[in-house]
Design a protein around this ligand. Sequence first.
Ligand code: NPQ
Ligand code: MG
Length: 367
Amino acid sequence: MKIDAVELRRIALPLVAPFRTAFGTLTDRDILLVRVTADDVEGWGECVAFPDPGYSPEYVAGAQAVLREFLAPRVLAAPTVTAAGLGNLLAPVVGHPMAKAALELAVLDAELRTGGRSLAEHLGAVRTTVDCGVSVGMFPLDELCAQVDAYVDAGYHRVKLKIEPGFDVEPVRAVRERHPDLALQVDANAAYTVGAADRLAALDPFDLLMIEQPLAEDDLLGHAELARRVTTPICLDESITSASVAETALALGACRIVNVKAGRVGGYLEAVRVHDVCAARSVPVWCGGMLETGIGRAANVALAALPGFTLPGDTSASDRYYARDVVTDPFVLDDGRLTVPTGPGTGVTVDPEVLAAATISVETLRA
Ligand code: NPQ
Ligand code: MG
C-alpha cells in the first residue's frame, strides 16, 4: 500500500463526568486522531496520550510533533507500507510508543479495509463478545459508592478503584461491604514504594482480583519483593513496555497478571506479542483503557477477544466516558459485555458531523 497522506486531527470531547487520578483531573478528552489515505481507502487511528506528561512521558502535542516531524515522513517516503513492516520502518525513531501505535492502527485499518478483513480476525480473536469492567476515578467515599452502585446496576462484571497512599483501605472496605461478591480490583498507578508493603498487605482480606501497578514503572525487583509480601496478585500496567519486558517481569516474579495496552507497547501487533508471551506461561491478561473514543475502543475490543484475555478489561461502554462518541455506532453494554466488531478494519464508521463539531485543528502531511 502506498500512503498518500497522513492527517493529524486534534479533537476535544467532553467527558460525562470528571476522571480524577493521582495525576490530576480530566474533564475533557483532548485527543489526537490519525487518518491515513491510500489509493481509495482511508484508515483511522487514535493516540492515547493525555495532554500533560504526568501519566506517561508522551503527551498529545509531543505525539503530534513526533508524528509530523519523524514518523509520518518515513511512512510517506516509503514506496510501499505494510502494517507488519511498520515496526522496522519506524524503529530508527526511538521510543514514542503511543504515537507509533496511533499510526500503526491507521495503517492496519486501511490495509484491512482494502482486504475486507476485520481487525479482530487479523489479530487472532476467538470470541464474539468481551467481558467488561469499569475503572472508577477517585471521589469522596459516598460519591464513590454511589458510582460503583450505578456501574454494578448497569451490568459491569468487574470494578476497578484507583488508590493512592491515604486513599486505599477505606475505599476498598466501603465498596466491599456494599458488594460482597463483586469482582473488585485496585490500580495504584505507581503511587507506592516497597516500604508500603504492610499497607498494601492490609488489602489482602478484601479478596481483590489484583493490585495493579503499585510501584514505579522501572521497579521490577520491588514488585517481585512486594509479590512475596502480599497474597493479592500483582498486575503490571505502566511497567510492561514491550513483549520483552513482559518476559523479564514474569521471569522475575514481578507480576502474575498483565494489563495490555497497545499504546503503551507501540501498537496492536506488539500487544499481541505481549499476549503471546503471557499465554505461553498461562499468565492471564486483560485489556487496559485510556478513555478512548469509539476508534480506539473498537481496536481494544478486538484485542480483548484473543484467547488469553481471560479477565474483564477496562473496555467500558462508550457512554461511560462520552455522551456523543465520534463513531456512528457507539459501544453499548449488553449483559456486561461488548460486541466485537466484524466489519472491515476496526469495523467502526466515523460520524462526519460529530467529528467536525469536535475538531480543534487538522494538519495534512503529504509526501
Ligand atoms: C490506567 N486507565 O489503567 C488508566 C490510566 C489513566 C481507565 O483507569 C487523568 C490523568 C486521567 C491520568 C485516566 C484507566 C486518567 C489518567 C486514566 C490515567 O492506569
Ligand atoms: Mg493502570
